[in-house]
Every structure is written in C-alpha cells, then in structure tokens.
Design a protein around this ligand. Structure first.
Ligand SMILES: [Zn+2]
Length: 308
C-alpha cells in the first residue's frame, strides 16, 4: 500500500481503473492545482473513487468539518478529475467536501487544511500561487474553468484561499551568530554573553575600524521577491550609535545605519528589499562606523521574512 505523499494525509487509494499510472513530474510536469467540490459527503467521494464504475478520481479529498485529508491517487499518477486530459496530465486534483449551492460547507477548517496542502504542493512542484485565467496557464484553476461544470460552486472563495496558501509558503529564516554554517567573523570580533538582551547564548562585538572587517550572516532566499530584513542586538549605552549594516539585494549592496544604544532585545526592521533567489546572500555588520569612538558594533542575529 502506498504511503501518502503528504504526511498529514491518510492513504485510501482508488480503483486501478479510475486513474492513469505515470511517473510525474519526470513524465509530465505538475504545474496546476484544480479545485473541486464533492457534491456529496467526504466518505462518499472516497468510496466512489474506489468503485470500478466511477471512471473518476482525485488525488486528495478534504473533509469539511475538521479539514481531515484522504489521499486516493499518488501524485506521480494522473487522476481523472478535470474532464480535460491536458489539464489532468499536469495537475493535482483536490476535492473539497460540500455542495456547491450551500456555503456552510466552506468552513475555516476546510480552507485552512486545503491551503496547507496546496502550500506543500507549490513548494514541491513550483506551482505558481496565482489564479490561472485559463486552462493553458499554470497556477490554480477552478474546475469550471476547464470543462462544462458548476464545480466547485458559487461559494469557493479562491482569493481568500490563495492568500492562505501564500501565508503558508511564506519564507522565514533566522540566522544567529552561533550558527557556524551561516556566520563568519574574524578573530577581532570578541564573544560575549554580558547582556541579557542577547539572542541565543551569546553575541559578537568589535571596536569600530576603518578596515571594515564585517561580521557576516549568510541568508537563503527561496525565490525572487520582496523580503523584510531585521536585525537583533543587545543595547547598551556604550555600544555604537551608527553601526553600518550592508544587505546584499537584487540591485546590489544596500547600507543602513542602526543605533545599538537603543531598541535592544527585539527584532528591528532594517528595510524591505527586492532579493534574488539563492542560498549565499550576505548581511554584513561592518566595523566602519562613522562614529569610530562611539563604542562596540554588535553582531547577534538577523531575520528574513518574505512579503506575501
Ligand atoms: Zn470538480
């Protein structure tokens, strides 16, 4: 018995005559998600896909009351759900329990659980998170966009749904100075745990210097887009009021100055920047403060949050 592709789902399978075996995504790309409504109970949909007479199937079926997900067809295989062969070949079909003329089935649990499933699929197959305007576009499709049907009914709110998908794919990353794979500093940077406002167990400090000698945090950007960049430092009256921080953005290095005598022990927004995809962009805390007698510059932690 196959294991579910999606860990939060339970495997129910389908009759072998109700779908086509394949070897996606190598045999066919997966770049669409088609949204359906069952027009019946969750269990009746699961049972029907296991009935040899059905000649239909979907990969996943989401229950209205609690968002529970059953998987009936492996993602590598082609489920028969769209009534449109090119779309079937390149899509994942998700059934939502309910009736298209009754909004009460569109519960928060249903939207939430299905959106988490779609977020997982989008990350796995790089499906664009957008409402496709026709069957030839990649992204999310309502079933009625690709064949003659009312499915998934009048009450499926795809804009709301896609916002949830975006929130679940939002990239967030924290890099602390203790992360030896992602942090570098020369021996001129001391290590301290003096301030209780530190992030993690300790932080690094250095005297200002005209030779720059930055402490460097390496960040990962999963896809091009806008990201909010934050820094955390412990604040003390003896720390530098004009610490330079340089951020490697899609348009080159952007530099900001922060006052490390204030706003300690919390995330401070450095700015929102257009960033290019890749794992190996840097945020540098520089020693080249315009106030060389202003006290230590501090490197403690940085944080990246995708704008969705
Ligand atoms: Zn449908």
């Amino acid at each position: 018995m196959p294991r579910p592709d999606y860990q939060q789902a339970r495997w129910y399978g389908a009759h072998s005559g109700n779908y086509s075996t394949a070897n996606r995504p190598s045999s066919n790309p997966i770049n669409r998600i088609v949204l359906h409504i069952t027009e019946g109970s969750w269990s009746s949909a699961i049972n029907w896909f296991n009935d040899s007479r059905a000649q239909v199937s979907a990969h996943y079926v989401v229950r209205s009351s609690d968002g529970f997900i059953g998987q009936c067809v492996e993602e590598k295989d082609i489920a028969w759900h769209a009534g449109n062969w090119p779309v079937n070949q390149t899509s994942i079909g998700i059934e939502h329990e309910g009736f298209g003329n009754d909004p009460k089935w569109m519960t928060s649990a249903l939207y939430d659980s299905s959106a988490r499933l779609s977020a997982y699929l989008c990350r796995k197959y790089n499906v664009p998170i957008r409402h496709a305007q026709s069957a030839s576009e990649q992204g999310f499709l309502l079933h009625r966009q690709v064949t003659s049907t009312a499915c998934p009914g009048r009450y499926f709110d795809i804009a709301h749904y896609l916002n949830r998908v975006r929130s679940y794919t939002q990239h967030r990353q924290v890099v602390d100075n203790a992360n030896s794979n992602r942090f570098r500093a020369s021996g001129a940077w001391g290590t301290s745990s003096y301030s209780s406002q530190r992030y993690g167990s300790d932080y690094r400090f250095a005297n200002p210097s005209s030779n720059n000698d930055p402490a460097m945090f390496k960040i990962r950007i999963p896809r091009r887009g806008r990201y909010r960049i934050f820094a955390w430092w412990p604040a003390l009256p003896g720390y530098n009021p004009r610490t330079p921080i340089a951020i490697q953005t899609a348009s080159g290095w952007q530099r900001v100055f922060v006052n490390q005598r204030q706003n300690g022990g919390r995330w401070n927004l450095l700015g929102t920047f257009e960033m290019a995809a890749g794992d190996g962009w840097w945020i540098r805390i520089q020693r080249s403060s315009p106030q060389p007698n202003g006290g230590y510059v501090i490197a403690d932690a940085v944080r990246v949050v995708e704008v969705v």
